[in-house]
Design a protein around this ligand. Sequence first.
Ligand SMILES: [Fe+2]
Ligand SMILES: [Fe+2]
Length: 290
Amino acid sequence: MTSATLPTPADLRITPRDRRFGRDAAPRRLWHGGRVEATAIYNALSTTFPAGEAFFVESVRRFREGAPPKLAEEIKAFTTQEAIHSREHDAFNRRAADAGYDLSRLEAQVEKRLAITRERPPIVNVGATMALEHFTAIIAHQLLANPRHLAGAEQEAAELWRWHAVEEIEHKGVAYDTWLHATRQWARYKRWKVKAQVMLYVTRNFLVDRTAGALELMRQDGVTGVRAWAKLLWYLWVRPGMFRKIAGAWLKFFLPGFHPWNEDDRHLLRAYEESARAGPQPARKVRRAV
Ligand SMILES: [Fe+2]
Ligand SMILES: [Fe+2]
């Protein structure tokens, strides 16, 4: 670690919030404001989570043995959070399937990418996890900081995405710190080079696969060709423009001394907890890491 690197805050607590969403709600196909492209991209993202987050957990846990006690604890809490996210997105995806979407091609693509990654050494797997966790953290930041992204979405669905976003921010340093620990013997340049290569690789796959996945779901709603591309690209890159808005945070990953907690965005977590306290909330329990 360099002196320019700000580590994960010492007083950060990673708290798994064991919540369930939308179990009683009848599935509505276009849950995101009745919009085909908005529903499609969030459904496409959600399709990646059950298998993807299981892969994150598996990659990070391999390095728990011998990790400093604080990091080992954080890995435990990270594991619990991601396991609950997998469960809730699995339920969310089942509702999308009940509403008539066929997710099998999207799921097969996720499995294919994961199978290729799993053939690589464990250090590359934790590197891919660290890069994808940066993605989820900067998307989560945007989602919470800018209400426009979930405007018009059904309440339970919006709640699920916000809850997930909060926990992604909370544990955003865990895969990164695990990577730093796993590569502690490496020269600085080698570490940066591998990290940058992995990030470019996962970014390419992320953009290609999520765009293709969303277009496939839009096709199932009868929107195809240039019209589908135009709607989706406008939504992702112009308004509300999630991908454009995370571009700066994505670039920071390549700076020397980068650490996810160089950006302390815990004010978003506090705002979430305050609004949860203020509004009517379903019963929930906070559970200890297992
Ligand atoms: Fe997650
Ligand atoms: Fe995560």
